[in-house]
Design a protein around this ligand. Structure first.
Ligand code: NAP
Length: 504
């Protein structure tokens, strides 16, 4: 065991004062902290920080790291000066130091023992590019330098890659395994469950790709409390970083004190994710852009509504890894629209013909609305219009047509491309505009509509309703809606809250 707390905060700053502030913030969450001394800009800053450390001696397991540039760090000095910094950090109160293999392999173990004295040493290896290394042989090489623990951090471009690395730690003592990269982010949350003795999280500045910030790793994903019994859920999509589903779903689990976690999976390759469902013990997942239709071919079965829509946003994993699909976007659309317009008497234009557009089209058609579809691919628009007994409308006609409502079901205008709008101001001839996008709450399209005096609805209302329905499908219980709503509003910040409350 390295520290009592298994989440290791990474403290990294260019100035001694900001490094100290980060350390204080880290200690509010965990008593295991890595100090990235190589980030300090000058020798003077480093000395100032170590002096303060020696004076104040915080009660924590501190790991001193002074990684050289050759191993992906920022320290420009020689190996000898690196070792001197580490020795001084140990004297100042660090219980551990981390020395990369590039340096350790240049020193006889006896010399390292003398230099490091009573401190303990983590021998580390970093692979920032794709690597086909046999992790057991890398670990054996590290153990030959006679450290107290070993750490391997490797870029993992797939979940399969990351899982291979995590298996190294399974059932062993004193191995830290860190799959790096955006795709492997959920594996950082599950690393402790898989046997890694630490999972690293930055307080402020990311020091490696795919890191989860300390606050999120500890309080949103509760990585140090995930065990084999914890039910794992998630959301798959590309991109996924904008999604507030983790805030929404985890708030539900936490409010009900359930041993469950919901993780964001950035999926570039659907097969890679499907193959990881069983080894990771995933019990269910949400599906977002661009997989709502692509997921269908991986399902064992689908409920009749989702089959009719031809798109799935909710998957339940049952025995033997069999996947069952549902669609809760349908419920979300109706909740958002029904309060504002009388659907049976209205003519509604849907922009886009993808997964969400299909759910909107079926929901509206079944409620008696006349449905029109406009999509950049005319054939897709015609097919969806035909499926719901509606009409395809070309973009050129929009300036002359009038609709009761226009619904944007494309991702145009979604964070981060917030300046874009799927339609121009002159194409908004309607009483109501509903943008399915919820981030930002007030999209460019909604701003254009408001400027013309048109009533607007943000995608947030639908987002909440579809997410609550997912939570209830997975757990079989009534969702704690108030806590879930509050978590999303908090994540969106005050501005989002005001806009949303004004609409609700
Ligand atoms: P999808 O299945 O990939 O469909 C996207 C649709 O938008 C397709 O018709 C696509 O056309 C079209 N499109 C994409 N980029 C475009 C562009 N630059 N110009 C014109 N059309 C474009 O995605 P989805 O799952 O339906 O999601 C669509 C949006 O709805 C996303 O922003 C998503 O976040 C949002 N959504 C919100 C909620 C909620 O709860 N609020 C729920 C579901 C979805 P092509 O087929 O030609 O690519």
């Amino acid at each position: 065991m390295i520290g009592k707390d298994k989440i290791c905060a990474v403290v990294a700053a260019e100035r001694s004062r900001s490094m100290w502030k980060q350390l204080e913030r880290a200690l509010l969450q965990t008593r295991t902290v890595e100090l990235r001394l190589d980030w300090l800009l000058t020798e003077k800053e480093m000395q100032a920080f170590l002096r303060r450390l020696a004076t104040e001696r915080p009660r924590a397991t501190l790991i001193a790291t002074c990684r050289r540039r050759e191993a992906g760090g920022r320290f420009r000095g020689t190996i000898a000066s690196q070792l001197l910094v580490l020795a001084e950090a140990l004297r100042a109160g660090c219980g551990w130091c981390d020395l990369e293999i590039e340096s350790a392999s240049q020193c006889p173990p006896e010399l390292l023992e003398v230099l490091i004295g009573g401190g303990r040493r983590l021998a580390s290896a970093h692979f920032f590019r794709a690597h086909s290394a046999g992790w057991h042989s890398v670990a054996a090489r590290l153990w030959r330098t006679r450290p107290d623990a070993v750490k391997i951090a490797a870029n993992s471009s797939s979940l399969a890659d990351g899982l291979r690395l995590l298996r190294l730690a399974n059932g062993k003592r004193n191995i830290v395994a860190i799959p790096m990269g955006e795709v492997a982010l959920p594996l950082r949350c599950l690393a402790l469950r898989e046997g890694s003795v630490l999972s690293y999280a930055p307080v402020e500045m990311a020091t490696a790709p795919g890191q989860v910030p300390l606050d999120a790793l500890k309080n949103l994903y509760r990585a140090d409390r995930i065990s084999r019994k914890t039910r794992v859920y998630g959301v798959i999509g590309d991109p996924i970083a904008h999604s507030l589903s983790p805030q929404l779903q985890n708030a539900g689990f936490q409010a009900r004190k359930m041993d469950a976690v919901y993780l964001p999976f950035l999926v570039h390759n659907l097969r890679d994710f499907i193959s990881a469902v069983e080894p990771l013990g995933v019990r269910g997942f949400s599906v977002t852009l661009p997989y709502k239709q692509k997921i269908l071919r991986h399902l064992h079965d689908c409920d009749s509504l989702a089959t009719a829509i031809g798109a799935v946003n909710t998957v339940v994993v049952r025995g033997a890894g069999k996947l069952y699909g549902y669609n809760t976007d349908y419920i979300g659309v109706l909740r958002a629209l029904q309060l504002r317009i009388s659907l049976p008497a209205s003519r509604v234009l849907i922009v886009g013909a993808g997964g969400a557009a299909r759910a909107v089209a079926f929901a509206l058609a079944q409620s008696g609305a006349a449905v029109c579809i406009c999509a950049r691919r005319a054939q897709e628009a015609k097919m969806l219009a035909r499926a719901v007994g509606g009409e395809a409308v070309t973009r050129g006609r929009l300036r002359e047509e009038f609709f009761d409502a226009i619904v944007n079901a494309t991702p145009v205008g979604m964070f981060p491309a917030v300046e874009r709008s799927p339609l121009t101001e002159h194409e908004l001839n309607c009483r109501l505009v509903f943008d399915l996008i919820y981030r930002p709450v007030e999209t460019k399209l909604l701003q254009l509509a408001a400027r013309r005096g048109i009533e607007t609805i943000s995608g947030l209302e639908m987002f909440l309703a579809q997410g609550v329905a997912q939570w209830e499908i997975w757990t079989g219980e009534r969702a704690p809606v108030v806590a879930m709503r509050r978590a999303v509003l908090d994540a969106l910040g005050v501005e989002g809250k005001q806009n949303f409350r004004a609409q609700a």
